[in-house]
Design a protein around this ligand. Structure first.
Ligand code: FPP
Length: 237
């Protein structure tokens, strides 16, 4: 009798290498991001088939505003277009879309599209796709600490009541479990301000492949690597 291999409940992905993928082909960086959206689509489908429940994509960091204006605009357009075009398929697949990050810095148009996709896919119960948008861990923690301080000031919370659960519940990610596996493509081995609190006990996997080339085989390899890891959570086993 074969023993079923453990499947991560939550995979968080740093989609790195779109720009290099485009450059290698003599294309504009935007073409790399367009190819990257295609990979998001494939990854969602396979992850749902394999039984993954949460898939978080680092789509736009607070630092990404520092990219050339044309690239930022192209990313915003791509985000809006993808959200509009993909919604029917996401609903059909039972995928619920959520976001983490501070959305208030986005244009009204982008904010409306995001609110709409969240509302229209809210009933999806097969897999939750989480888009990290204008997100960084330090900014998320800053916002959480500010809110806790406000409550202490208002007298609705005592400083001594602030424990780890209380902090986790104040973060954007409060609605989901911590990631079991963090994948960063393109061979870079950094967390880059992504889910720093939440990834405390995650397994990390850094394939060399660029994000647009992250295929079904690559995804399954990541699952195999995860299954072979010995997670001890600081205990002796
Ligand atoms: C990293 O590659 C990729 C990003 C910063 C953006 C990822 C965004 C998308 C794939 C599109 C977002 C749209 C939706 C629908 C979520 P890079 O540009 O840093 O690549 P490089 O390191 O090779 O230059």
């Amino acid at each position: 009798m074969s023993i079923a291999k453990p499947i991560p409940q939550h995979i968080a992905i740093i989609m790195d290498g779109n720009g290099r993928w485009a450059k290698l082909r003599g294309k504009d960086r935007t073409e790399g991001h367009i190819a990257g959206v295609e990979t998001i689509r494939t990854t969602l489908r396979i992850a749902a088939q394999r039984g993954v429940r949460y898939l978080t994509f680092y789509a736009f960091s607070t630092e990404n505003w520092g990219r050339p204006e044309a690239e930022v605009n192209a990313l915003m357009d791509l985000l809006c277009r993808s959200v509009i075009n993909e919604t029917p398929e996401l609903i059909r697949m039972g995928i619920c879309v959520r976001t983490i990050g501070d959305r208030s810095r986005f244009s009204e148009r982008v904010q409306q599209h995001l609110a709409q996709i969240e509302e229209q896919t809210a009933a999806g119960d097969r897999l939750t796709m989480v888009l990290a948008l204008n997100y960084s861990s330090r900014d998320e923690l800053r916002r959480a600490v500010q809110e806790l301080a406000r409550r202490v000031e208002a007298g609705t919370l005592q400083a001594s009541q602030i424990d780890e659960t209380c902090i986790s519940e104040m973060l954007d990610t409060a609605f989901m479990p911590d990631p079991d596996l963090v994948i960063r493509t393109s061979g870079e081995q950094r967390l880059s301000n992504f889910l720093m609190w939440q990834a405390s006990y995650a397994e990390f996997y850094f394939p060399e492949v660029l994000w647009p080339d992250f295929t079904e085989e690559e995804f399954d390899r990541a699952l195999d690597v995860y299954a072979a890891r010995d997670r001890r959570f600081g205990l002796v086993k």
